[in-house]
Design a binder for this molecule. Structure first.
Ligand SMILES: [Zn+2]
Length: 367
């Protein structure tokens, strides 16, 4: 979910654009310029329609961005940190560091978005109504409707839409069980998604494709969000200390590769810590590509070992869930655990996954 182009930072929040947005931007501009505006405002030239289409798409983007920021502003008032916002075509996803929100905070944060969308829809309606003609009249005609739709759509009680989040907050407050609340709310999300897809198929000739696209997207994120809550619940309270491997073989970065092969060919270890002055790296046997025998004696371990920086390492005070997230972002099999600039051990992705399976199988209630 985090993937996307970083645009800028506002109020300390990174604003990212999901890749899908570009395609949707193109399709939206195209359909506004060739269908929507010519149908409702038939007196313009085709260049004017394209200008209106581009401006409207950009203003929709700004509206969605402000909708997301309205969630973040409430979050800030409730002292919840929002790290980033990723904008998708019909909404955004806020990267909130804590998922164990208090029900009241989650409820207020969730409803802020639709309230904002309805307000801005009202504002565009006034612009539309008091500007009898011209571009502004036409553009605000589209924007008041689309913002109203964004507000109404987000109120649907399917997680992770805003309405679904508010719904989950109420369920969480009632059941005192976040997983149960998320499960029910994301069932809601999937039901809404399936209804949208059916509606899209029934109205296919009249623009139903949008419903199908939105439905498919919603179905996917409803499932993914629930899985994330389950994983977080299973691993979030387990200290990383439990999984730290304290015993590891430390090698000198200046050791030649041929020397290394000679010395460790019978070992069962497949990850070595390569540590020297100003250098720390993890040498994973599985990730070294073939080195021709001729040059093996000239190559040092430092040359084939990827170095680490603080971004790619964990701290002992973190949870196993933090490790899980870093592994899925970084695509590495082993990560170093550092404390005050010193290596205190290593953690493998395998250990994290095993622990997750263990927790899901033996320690938890039904999923
Ligand atoms: Zn929202």
């Amino acid at each position: 979910m985090k993937k996307g182009l970083k645009l800028f930072t506002i109020l300390g929040i990174d604003i990212r654009l999901h890749y899908s947005w570009w395609i949707i931007f193109a399709i939206l501009t195209w359909s506004l310029s060739t269908a929507f505006f010519p149908v409702f405002f038939p007196t313009y030239t085709s260049i004017e329609y394209w200008v209106m289409g581009v401006i409207s798409s950009l203003l929709l983007f700004v509206s969605v961005l402000l909708h997301e920021l309205s969630h973040s502003i409430v979050a800030r008032f409730r002292k919840i940190k929002v790290e980033s916002i990723t904008l998708f075509f019909f909404g955004g996803v806020a990267g909130i560091t804590r998922e164990d929100l208090e029900p009241a905070s989650e409820f207020l944060m969730a409803i802020a978005g639709p309230i904002f969308s309805f307000s801005i829809a009202g504002l565009f309606y006034l612009i539309y109504a008091f500007n009898g003609n011209g571009y502004l009249h036409a553009i605000s005609y589209y924007l008041y409707q689309i913002n109203f739709i964004v507000g109404a759509f987000n109120l649907v009680p399917g997680y992770p839409l805003d309405g679904g989040r508010a719904f989950r907050a109420i369920l969480f407050w009632h059941y005192k069980d976040l997983r149960k609340a998320t499960r029910i709310a994301s069932y809601g999300g999937r039901i809404v998604a399936l209804l949208l897809i059916v509606l899209g198929i029934l109205t296919f000739s009249g623009g139903g494709l949008w419903f199908i696209l939105i439905g498919m997207f919603l179905y996917f994120i409803a499932g993914a969000s629930y899985e994330q809550v389950v994983i977080k619940e299973a691993l979030g309270k387990i200290s990383l200390k439990e999984l730290i491997q304290k015993k590891f073989l430390t090698l000198d970065p200046s050791m030649s590769f041929s020397n290394f092969l000679q010395k460790y060919k019978n070992t069962e270890v497949d990850v070595f810590v390569v540590k020297g002055k100003n250098f720390l790296g993890l040498l994973d046997i599985k990730q070294i590509s073939k080195v021709p025998p001729k040059i093996q004696s000239r190559i040092t371990l430092r040359q084939i070992t990827p170095g680490y920086n603080s971004v790619d390492s964990l701290k002992p005070s973190q949870s196993v869930y933090d490790a899980f997230r870093l592994f899925s972002e970084r695509n590495m099999e082993v990560l170093p655990v550092m404390e005050k600039g010193k290596l205190s051990g290593i953690v493998s992705q395998k250990a994290v996954i095993n622990r997750l399976l263990w927790e899901l199988k033996f320690s938890r209630k039904d999923i």
